[in-house]
Design a protein around this ligand. Structure first.
Ligand code: PLP
Length: 393
């Protein structure tokens, strides 16, 4: 069944953003102010009672952030969005708001490396039990969800593009009263909308596609319709991990071209994946848009486009992969992803640098695996760069 996300709605939403600004300004200005003046103490009282449209202090909220939050909430079909200083600050705030000592969170075994780092090193010592599971094994998941408080997964997964059936996992979570959260960083709301699967929360590293220009660090949590946000709001206010207004301005600016950029990322990545799949110096390509991907059917059902991320194994050992990466002229060897420029990295040196051999096997990462964030450059230039580096590797 073809995915029917309303791209038309997203295209217009992105270009216009949240467009109700003071003085008729077309763009929400940067309110680079730590604090906001009240005209009277009555207004302070009203603010404290929670029925005031005013702002008090930027750690609690700021008009520049509110504008970007409104756009993201609309793109994800959510109730409210909350911006954070980084993606991990958003993840941490969700956990802090949702979990108490003695609670259990079921987390996918395939996740961005920073997430298990946070879960194991920062959350577990507070008495929260972390249980990892293969989220493609739904029968097993059904046996461990009862009694859990929350569940966390991503799809496609970083770095080898595994696909989780989001609607099936969301249903299992609902049936077991487990609060579900999805990291939608790789796909973007243009390619999939996890709240429509029935999940409770969506998280993004806004550092990546939402901003799209590799010039900010940021994160966001989006609450599904009717989901209680008071805990997340309290944690953001109480721990202070909120985004800076200047970053929020750059995020809003970036999102104006999100739909356009993602269409190009999708097209470039699909073309490059198909090219690499037929290349004699490549042994495997991980890309959900390829019919050979083990979950291509699930991806086709839940994604409108397959995204700009792909991974592949260079034929040979680590030394060959290293020569390949070092031989690239256009594509930069850098961590991060989702910007207009193509970036490449070796997961065993970045996201999986501390992984054990078993964890590498589980993540489908070898020492010849490279992860490529395909940018919006001319596809012929990307193909030429990859071909000449493979020839020299
Ligand atoms: N989720 C995914 C899928 C990521 O790739 C990253 C960062 O690379 C994060 C979360 C963390 O985001 P940030 O670096 O903005 O804290």
């Amino acid at each position: 069944m073809a995915n029917t996300n309303p791209l038309r709605e997203d295209q217009t939403l992105c270009a216009r953003g949240d467009h109700t600004h003071a003085h008729g300004a077309i763009v929400q200005p940067i309110y680079q102010s730590a604090t906001f003046r009240f005209e009277s103490t009555d207004q302070v009282e009203e603010f404290n009672q929670g029925n005031s449209p005013r702002y008090m202090y930027t750690r609690y909220g700021n008009p520049t952030l509110a504008s970007a939050e409104a756009t993201i909430a609309a793109l994800e079909h959510g109730d409210r969005a909350f911006l954070f200083a980084s993606g991990l600050a958003a993840t941490a705030a969700f956990c802090h708001a949702t979990l108490r000592s003695g609670d259990r969170i079921v987390a996918a075994s395939r996740l961005y490396g920073g997430t298990p780092f946070f879960l194991n090193e920062c959350l577990k010592p507070l008495g929260v039990e972390i249980e990892y599971a293969d989220f493609t094994d739904l029968d097993h998941l059904a046996t461990i969800l009862p009694g859990a408080r929350a569940c966390w997964f991503e799809t496609p997964t970083n770095p080898t593009l595994g696909i989780v059936d989001g609607a099936k996992v969301a249903t299992l979570c609902r049936n077991n009263h487990v609060i579900s959260a999805v990291d939608n960083t790789f796909a973007t709301p243009i390619n999939q909308k996890p709240l429509s699967w029935g999940t409770d929360w969506v998280m993004h590293s806004a550092t990546k596609y939402l901003n799209g220009h590799s010039d900010i660090i940021g994160g966001v949590l989006v609450a599904g319709n009717g989901v209680d946000c008071t805990g997340v709001e309290k944690v953001r206010k109480g721990t202070g991990g909120i985004m800076d207004p200047h970053a929020a301005f750059l995020l809003s600016r970036g999102m104006k071209t999100l739909a356009l950029r993602v269409e190009r990322h999708n097209a470039n990545a699909l073309a490059l994946a198909a090219h690499l799949n037929a290349h004699p110096k490549v042994t495997r390509v991980h890309y959900p848009g390829l019919p050979s991907h083990p979950a291509h059917e699930v991806a086709s059902r839940q994604m409108r486009g397959f995204g700009g991320m792909l991974a592949f194994d260079v034929k040979g050992e680590y030394a060959t992969a290293k020569r390949f990466v070092d031989g690239l002229k256009l594509i930069a060897n850098a961590a991060s992803l989702g910007g207009v420029e193509s970036l490449i990295s070796l997961p065993i040196l970045t996201s999986h640098v501390h992984a054990s051999p078993e964890e590498l096997l589980d993540a489908d990462v070898t020492d010849a695996t490279v992860r490529l964030s395909v940018g919006i450059e001319a596809i012929d230039d990307l193909r030429d760069d990859v071909d000449s580096a493979l020839a020299g590797a």
